[in-house]
Design a protein around this ligand. Structure first.
Ligand code: FMN
Length: 236
């Protein structure tokens, strides 16, 4: 059944995507905030966008310093990510309170967070007001990634090496079970939903499931009979 949702649900339905921890620095003081609304914007030149509410301290620090870093955490940093999103860095050194270790960026000022899976350094290209948020457009100047987690694609060999995705509220997820989507078309160019090999595999799986259910049913019946006869014995 289809359910009509509130228009504001659009934002949640576009998740999960990797949640970025955006780091900034200004006059020697650094800050960090999780930002779930982020997207690639251009391939050549490489540009990315992060959408930040203008009241966030992060928004001011990006405007003052003209640069920011996107740190991509895995599930090991879920607690720290939620913590950084729970308070402003205006009067707090959140990075210190979160116990996060930092390392030096290659090209910009904003520090990078140890233990993340990837790091994108950006200089500020533009700020565009969109509704009640601002889109900060960044020129990508350096990208680093943990080679166990990423090699031109997320490898997903280990749960801890998956980018952390934000679902909403206090819920996060890891990306799992990658699926390869190769397809064939028929003579008229229409998609072949299932080829012969796939049909055979599906039928085998269905038969195995049916057999499993039948066995479970038989075992359940046998157990029921046993317990009924136990009941009789206990009565007599
Ligand atoms: C998982 C998560 C994702 C968030 N995504 C965004 C976002 O995309 N844009 C935004 O403006 N705030 C977002 N926030 C809220 C800010 O991270 C939060 O207000 C933070 O405390 C701001 O810190 P700052 O004032 O030090 O910049 C998010 C919070 C969490 C926990």
């Amino acid at each position: 059944m289809r359910r009509l949702c509130d228009p504001t649900d659009a934002r949640r339905l576009l998740n999960p995507g990797p949640v970025a921890i955006v780091t900034t620095t200004w006059r020697g003081i650094s800050n960090a905030a999780p930002i779930a609304w982020c997207a690639p914007l251009s391939m050549q030149p490489p540009m990315v966008g992060i959408v930040v509410h203008p009241h966030r301290h992060t928004a001011d620090l990006i405007r003052f310093s003209d640069n920011f870093a996107i740190n991509i955490p895995g599930p090991r940093l879920a607690k720290q990510t939620a913590f950084l999103g729970s308070l402003t860095g205006l009067n707090n050194n959140k990075l210190e309170s979160a116990g996060l270790a930092l390392f030096s960026p290659l090209s910009i000022d904003a520090p990078l967070i140890e233990g993340c899976l990837a790091w994108i350094e950006c200089t500020l290209q533009d700020v565009i007001t969109i509704g009640d948020h601002s889109l900060f457009v960044g020129n990508v100047v350096k990208v680093q990634a943990d080679d166990e987690a990423y090699a031109q694609q997320w490898l997903l060999n280990d749960r801890d090496d998956s980018p952390l995705t934000f679902i909403g509220g206090n819920r996060y997820a890891v990306v799992g079970d990658p699926i390869e989507a190769t397809f064939e078309v028929d003579i008229s160019g229409a998609l072949v939903a299932e080829n012969a090999e796939e049909r055979e595999r599906r039928e085998e799986e269905e038969a195995a499931r049916a057999e499993e259910q039948k066995q479970e049913g038989e075992e359940g019946l046998a157990q029921k009979r046993r317990s009924e006869s136990d009941d009789h014995r206990s009565v007599f």
